[in-house]
Design a protein around this ligand. Sequence first.
Ligand code: LLP
Length: 422
Amino acid sequence: MDSFFSEQAGEWFCEAVPLASIAERFGTPTYVYSQAAILGQFRRLQGALEGVAALICYSVKANSNLRILRLLRDAGAGFDIVSAGELARLERIGADPRQVVFSGVGKTAAEIDAALAAGILMFNVESAEELGLIEARACHLDRLAGISLRINPDVEAATHPYIATGRAIHKFGVPPEEALALYRRAAASPLLRLRGLACHIGSQILQVDPFARALDEMLELAGRLRAEGLELDYLDLGGGYGIRYRREEPFDFARLAAHLRRRLEGSRYRLIVEPGRALVGEAGVLLARVLYVKRNPAKRFIVVDAGMSDLLRPALYGSQHEVVPVRRRAGPAHRADVVGPICETADFLAQDRELPELAGGDLVAILTAGAYGYSLASNYNSRPRPAEVLVDGRTARPIRRRETVEDLLATEGDQIGGDAPR
Ligand code: LLP
């Protein structure tokens, strides 16, 4: 992705806005996103897929801010959701429900009802029991349910074990052998409409081959279904395209698209892809302020006002985000850990990094934090979650106010009513 975050004469910018000015206006910690970066990446993927009948369903979980969802909807995206909460976000922005797919192994009856009432394109069904529940709810509400089966293609992809999903040992999807029987069952139901086949093999995958193998496996199964007279319209390849955090070679959309074009040419299938990280990951940074520089005989720690409650990825996956000083100051570089204020040893944003001189009061930007940053944030240690700001050229607009401690306390206590303890 072209860099919409850059250092100019020792000072970091998002597009044409100095990050320091955003910290002045909105405080820290704050997530800052570049609108041009998000749209640029969406168009790049769209461009690569030209000639393939494809629907890009942005995976809402990566970053579900309403303003960002609206931006992507206006650019022509559909959406991949995993909860009634995410569906409610799409209803709020007026997204077209016929471009929404609903994934996830644990859909509740209430969530299925909400999605049926909204009229989504399809449920990506993950088990025989779920198929039964969707049929029962469709009957109850007198609605047709579009379904596809999420198959688990047993494809190995090199990524962190917590975000690999496509092997037989994972909870996701159904084995291809079982899919045939489930499709026969679904085809016999007047309430279920067979729409497609789906898979999602994992996240932050940098090679094209695992996706090519997953598509081939889906085509093979679709062919077998066809031979039985079971016609499908959609092949949903899931998301998972990797991005550059530090030294990774970015995912090659053009190579993937070339394979898709070759394999889908002349076929009747429409392709769905569900990218999350690839659209927003490089488009965001987390802005934080240095509180203290602390040394002990073994180490040097840069203590900042953002922690694992704001950006969980380093603690959870050992993920590597670059940390840069927003304004470079004179002085020697040091090896240091960048840590947060939370009472956990895992509360680090970077470990053992060679960093330029930093002092209390300085600002740092933690890069490539646009995906699974805010959306994984929590209130651990009773910390209000950060603000979010969207930059468009010379303009920085708040798109989420910082939470307050009052927000946190509002859902608790003796005055809540109902059956809360007195
Ligand atoms: N579709 C399905 C069914 C998914 O489960 C996911 C992500 C996606 C699409 C989007 O994947 P993406 O294109 O963003 O890789 N919290 C982790 C990532 C978890 C991904 C979960 N599923 C992280 O911060 O790396």
